[in-house]
Ligand binder design. Structure first.
Ligand SMILES: NC(=[NH2+])NCCC[C@H](N)C(=O)O
Ligand SMILES: O=C(O)CCC(=O)C(=O)O
Ligand SMILES: [Fe+2]
Length: 330
C-alpha cells in the first residue's frame, strides 16, 4: 500500500466514534499521524521554538554548564557526539528534561537513576517556565489521546490509567540539527520507548517514517504535532499497534532544523499489562517485534533506561547502572 502523507486526527473530535475509528486505523496501520485541534496556540508553540533557539545560541560554556555528563539522571545538554543510534553518532545537539523531582536517596534498582532534578541554565530563565508549561499541557493532551485510543481498541477508556495514575513519566527534548555533509544521520532509525510521542517541527523537513518498506517524509505542518506509537503501546496491544521506526536526515550545510519531542510513558515503577483486545484485532496482530538489538521490556523503568544507556554511553558512565542494564541497552 502506498501512502503519500500521514493521516490527520482532530483532537477536539476524539469524543466522536468516527474520529476514534480514524485514530485506530492511523495508529494500527501507520503508527504515525498529525494531531491537530489540540488547543495549543501557534503563539505558544512559536514562543517555545524561539526560546529553544535562544538556548542553542548560548555560548559553549553556558551549555556545558548544564551538560548531561554532570547529571546523575540523564538530564541536560548534549553537544553533537553525545548521542548514538544503531551504534553511529547522531548529528544533533539537544537539551533533555523530565519530571521535576528529587533523586532517590538509596537506589533499589538501576532504573531509579532516571528519577531526579532537571538542569536549567541560569542565563535563560524563560526556558524552564516555557518548557515545563508545555510539558504539562502535552501530558493533558496525551492522557486524553491515550484514553481515546483505548476506547478505539474496544477497551474501557481507563484501561491503562492504572499504569500512570496522576503522573506519567515524561521525557522531552529540544533539538537542533545542524547542517552537515559529514553524515546523513540526524538521528538514526529507532522506535521510541514510551506510550506516545509528540514531535513539534519547525519549517524544515527531515523526519521520515518507515512505512511498507519505504521511508516516507513527514512534511512539516504548522501548528500540528506529529504523534507516534511507542514500544509500551506495542507491548500493551500485543503487537496490534506497532512502534514505527523513524529517523531524521541531517540537513544540508547552511540549513538547520529544530524540533521539540515529548515522550509520554507510564510510571517508572509500573509494568504494562497486555490488553485483551477483540478477536478481530488479535487476528490482525503481527505480535510484538523481537529485535535482538532492541528487546521490548514491559517494566517501564527498565524499558526507558535501556534506551538512555544505549543512546548516551558517555553520560551513562557517570551514572550508577548495573551491568545488566548496560547489556539490555546494547
Ligand atoms: N529518547 C528517544 N526517543 N530517543 C530516540 C533516539 C534514538 C536513541 N538514540 C536510541 O538509540 O534509541
Ligand atoms: O526531531 C524529530 O523530528 C524526531 C526526533 C526523534 O525521533 C526522537 O528524538 O526520538
Ligand atoms: Fe523518535
Amino acid at each position: 500500500m502506498t501512502l503519500s502523507q500521514l493521516p490527520t486526527i482532530s483532537f477536539k473530535r476524539l469524543d466522536t466514534p468516527e474520529e476514534r475509528e480514524k485514530l485506530r486505523v492511523a495508529a494500527s496501520e501507520v503508527g504515525f499521524f498529525y494531531l491537530v485541534d489540540h488547543g495549543l496556540t501557534t503563539q505558544q508553540l512559536d514562543a517555545v521554538m524561539t526560546v529553544s533557539k535562544q538556548f542553542f545560541d548560548l555560548s559553549e560554556f553556558e551549555k556545558k554548564a548544564v551538560a548531561m555528563n554532570r547529571s546523575a539522571h540523564f538530564r541536560g545538554y548534549n553537544a553533537v557526539g553525545g548521542e548514538r543510534t544503531g551504534g553511529a553518532v547522531d548529528v544533533r545537539e539537544q537539551f533533555d528534561w523530565m519530571n521535576e523531582e528529587s533523586a532517590v536517596v538509596a537506589l533499589q534498582a538501576s532504573w531509579q537513576t532516571l528519577i531526579g532534578p532537571n538542569l536549567w541554565p541560569t542565563n535563560l530563565s524563560e526556558l524552564r517556565s516555557k518548557l515545563l508549561s508545555l510539558t504539562e499541557q502535552q501530558t493533558r493532551i496525551a492522557v486524553t489521546l491515550l484514553r481515546a485510543l483505548c476506547e478505539s481498541l474496544g477497551m474501557a477508556a481507563d484501561a491503562l490509567d492504572g499504569t500512570f495514575s496522576d503522573a506519567p513519566y515524561t521525557h522531552s527534548k529540544i533539538i537542533k540539527y545542524p547542517g552537515t555533509t559529514a553524515s546523513t544521520q540526524g538521528v538514526g532509525a529507532h522506535k521510541d520507548p514510551g506510550y506516545l510521542t509528540f514531535v513539534l517541527q519547525d519549517q524544515q523537513s527531515g523526519l521520515q517514517v518507515e512505512y511498507d518498506g519505504h521511508w516516507l517524509d513527514v512534511e512539516p505542518r504548522a501548528g500540528s504535532f506529529v504523534v507516534n506509537i511507542g514500544e509500551l503501546l506495542e507491548l500493551a496491544s500485543d503487537g496490534f499497534l506497532q512502534a514505527t521506526n523513524h529517523r531524521v536526515l541531517a540537513p544540508e550545510p547552511g540549513v538547520e532544523r529544530y524540533s521539540v519531542a515529548y515522550f509520554m510513558a507510564a510510571q517508572l515503577d509500573s509494568t504494562v499489562p497486555v490488553l485483551d483486545l477483540p478477536a478481530e484485532m488479535k487476528e490482525k496482530s503481527k505480535g510484538v517485534s523481537t529485535d535482538p538489538n532492541n528487546q521490548l521490556l514491559s517494566h517501564v523503568g527498565e524499558n526507558v533506561l535501556k534506551g538512555r544507556v544505549r543512546s548516551h554511553p558517555d553520560a551513562a558512565k557517570h551514572i550508577y547502572v548495573t551491568p545488566q542494564a548496560h547489556q539490555n541497552g546494547t
